[in-house]
Design a protein around this ligand. Structure first.
Ligand code: FES
Length: 159
C-alpha cells in the first residue's frame, strides 16, 4: 500500500489518531501549512471520527490557530494596558499605514501578517512588538517603520 503523504494524515498517524491529542495535532498541521486549510480540517475530522463542527469549534476557540493563510513575516503588537499607555496605538497606526492591512489580516503577497494581543507579560519593556517571534521592547513608531522597511527591502518589496 502506498504511503499517504498528506501532512495531516502523517501527523494523525504520529499521534495514533488519539482524540485527546487533537490540539497538538492541529498545531502540527498548522505548522505544515502555516494555517489550517479547510480540506486539512475535513481530513482530520474524517480521520479522527470527530465532527467537522467540533474541529472548527476547537480551531476557532484558540487564538493560536488561523483559518486564513498567514504571511511569511508575523508582526504582533501588544495592546495591553501597560503598552497602551506607552503608545502601542502609535505602533499599530504605523504598522497599518505601512502594510495597508488591519489586525488579523495578511498582505495580498502573503509576506506580512499583523496581529494584536493583550499583554505578553513583559510590561516593563513596553510597548512591545514581536516580529517573527523576536521581542522588541520600548518600540516607537519610527523604530517600527525602520524594522518594517528593512523586512520589505529584504523581500524586494518597494515601500
Ligand atoms: S501590556 Fe504589553 S506586555 Fe503587558
Amino acid at each position: 500500500m502506498e504511503e499517504d503523504v498528506r501532512p495531516e494524515v502523517q501527523v494523525m498517524e504520529r499521534y495514533g489518531y488519539e482524540r485527546s491529542y487533537l490540539i497538538s495535532i492541529l498545531h502540527e498541521v498548522q505548522k505544515e501549512y502555516q494555517y489550517l486549510p479547510e480540506q486539512a480540517l475535513r481530513n482530520v475530522a474524517a480521520g479522527m471520527g470527530i465532527s467537522l463542527v467540533d474541529i472548527y469549534g476547537v480551531a476557532t476557540f484558540f487564538k493560536a490557530f488561523s483559518l486564513k493563510p498567514k504571511g511569511k513575516h508575523s508582526i504582533v503588537l501588544c495592546m495591553g494596558t501597560a503598552c497602551h499607555v506607552r503608545n502601542s496605538r502609535g505602533l499599530l497606526e504605523e504598522a497599518r499605514r505601512f502594510l495597508g492591512i488591519e489586525p488579523g489580516d495578511t498582505t495580498d503577497d502573503l509576506l506580512f501578517s499583523l496581529d494584536t494581543v493583550n499583554c505578553l507579560g513583559a510590561c516593563a519593556l513596553g510597548p512591545i512588538a514581536v516580529i517573527d517571534g523576536e521581542y522588541h521592547g520600548q518600540m516607537t513608531p519610527a523604530k517600527m517603520e525602520r524594522l518594517l522597511k528593512k523586512l520589505a527591502k529584504e523581500e524586494g518589496v518597494r515601500k
